[in-house]
Ligand binder design. Structure first.
Ligand code: GLN
Length: 497
């Protein structure tokens, strides 16, 4: 088959098998993906930097293992790509910002290092909203990304490049980051699978910080099984990130095939024989939810019922306060995290300034885009003396209430099903001048970041115009296994397996 037709069909397993069975080589496969990128990406704009030397070296390593008949690691030769907010040694890392235009990091993000250690071939770095701030990837300082399913539309954001690369068959799997929805929402818009794990499940070492208490790294893939494989590779305690948790990592792939009953609740040391319970909260189906999205998500929930789950109504009463709380906490943390870009340490520095203060000011004014500046100002204001209690402290209290909502609900159910986003992909330019409308695209995703619980988006249909719709599934802290299992069961069931 010609390049470009079959390539879109690769999963981690089929790519690895093709190499293991010597139907291709890791080097040839990487070459095929680069050829596709060079052909397709001029129009889509998913990649900011290609790491061809690094990919070639890794592919040669894998091909040598094959030649020597050595056992191959789980991601051997699988072409992947990385959102440009994760640092890569010797490979330019911009965070989608002009201020890091020429930044070449001296070390690797742990998640990237773990993917490579498992044999993956890193093709390059993926476009995103500047410092991961946005819901459409239009805030990239370089260029917007187009949705491969409809090039007049956004791919979602901020990990738009990561979602688009998988959707367009320019990588088998990718990594993204999710601070308020930036993995799940673009996955939903581009018709791929995107998973945000539990806070602490995946090390953030080497992730360029946006809002440290909300930032997560997670996978994009074409199938739930591939997402499980990537998560299994990158998850687990890392001494370089003190917030990474010392919680054992289950074999997510093996767990996928467990039946929809017989939940094995190791935390509570009991095995229940009940049917798996899926919570549905009316707060996620209110006004503002597009009718076609609602219909598709409701049908998906019915499908899960027909596959053996029990549907249970739950209530998450503080959901309405999630967006304001998120945009206080996220901007407050961002204003502190972005203070380090002062022209002294990294990247861009304004020229011909006379004093140090002028150099700082001019560097930050020229280096940051409008949305980043807006957030630094909002965050600085929320943290300032006199407003701290009224805004920041209040938002933290709301965050606790939201977390308790989930804790209560998870006493009754195993997972919660909801839409990922209120609409399908919108048009490029449609919301760019209306930050509040843009912020509302995150209404169903920010809650999981505030509470730190895992969430996945899995494709569950299309609008009449053929735009993908995502079903979101939340789970208990560190219970990605159940989230993945429900998503996998749905995916297989919907495909008629
Ligand atoms: N769209 C949200 C924001 O702009 C979330 C971004 C993200 O998850 N990185 O903050």
């Amino acid at each position: 088959m010609a390049v470009g037709s079959q390539i879109k069909e690769y999963t981690i397993e089929s790519a690895r098998n093709a190499i293991a069975e010597r139907r291709t080589t890791a080097a040839a496969l990487a070459g095929e993906f680069y050829a596709r990128i060079k052909k397709e990406d001029a129009e889509i704009g998913a990649f900011l930097t290609l790491s061809e030397d690094r990919a070639r070296a890794q592919a040669e390593r894998i091909d040598k293992m094959v030649a020597e008949g050595k056992p191959l690691p789980p991601l051997a030769g699988v072409p992947v790509a990385i959102k440009d907010v994760m640092v890569t040694r010797g490979v330019r890392t911009t965070a989608g910002s002009k201020i890091l235009e020429n930044f070449v990091p001296p070390y690797d993000c742990t998640a990237v290092a773990r993917l490579e250690a498992a044999g993956a071939v890193v093709l390059g770095k993926l476009n995103c909203d500047e410092f991961a701030m946005g819901s459409s990837t239009e805030n990239s300082a370089y260029r917007p990304v187009r949705n491969p399913r409809d090039k007049t539309r956004v791919p979602g954001g901020s990990s738009g490049g990561s979602a688009a690369a998988v959707a367009a068959g320019m990588a088998v799997a990718t990594l993204g980051s999710d601070t308020g929805g930036s993995i799940r929402q673009p996955a939903s818009f581009c018709g791929v699978v995107g998973l945000k794990p539990t806070y602490g499940r995946v090390s953030r070492y080497g992730l360029i910080a946006f809002a440290s208490s909300l930032d997560h790294i997670g996978p994009f893939a074409r199938t739930v099984k591939d997402a499980a494989l990537v998560l299994r590779t990158i998850a687990g305690r890392d001494p370089m990130d003190s917030t990474s948790a010392e919680v054992p990592v289950p074999d997510y792939v093996e767990e996928l095939e467990k039946p929809m009953q017989g939940r094995d609740d190791t935390a509570r040391k009991k095995v229940s024989s009940e049917r798996l319970k899926i919570g549905v909260a009316k707060e996620y189906f209110g006004s503002g939810l597009d009718a076609e999205v609602r219909a598709a998500v409701e049908a998906a929930i019915q499908k899960l019922a027909s596959l053996g789950c029990e549907i249970v109504p739950v209530s998450l009463p503080h959901t309405a306060y999630a967006i304001p709380a998120y945009y206080i906490v996220a901007t407050a943390e961002a204003s502190a995290n972005l203070a380090r870009y002062d022209g002294v340490r990294y990247g861009f520095r304004a020229r011909s300034t006379r004093t140090l203060a002028e150099m700082y000011r001019t560097t930050r004014d020229g280096g940051f885009g409008i949305e980043v500046k807006r957030r630094i100002m909002l965050g600085t204001y929320a943290l300032s003396a006199g407003y701290y209690d009224a805004y920041y402290l209040k938002a933290q209290k709301v965050r606790t209430l939201l977390t308790r909502d989930f804790d209560e609900a998870f006493k009754k159910v195993d997972v919660i099903a909801a839409p990922t986003a209120p609409t399908a992909a919108f048009k490029l330019g449609e919301k760019i001048d209306d930050p509040l409308a843009m912020y509302l695209a995150d209404i169903y995703t920010v809650t999981a970041n505030l509470a730190g619980i895992p969430g996945i988006s899995v494709p569950c249909g299309e609008t009449r115009e053929g735009l993908p719709i995502g079903l979101q599934i939340f789970g208990r802290h560190f219970d990605e296994a159940t989230v993945l299992r429900v998503a996998h069961t749905y995916e297989q069931g919907a495909a008629g397996h």
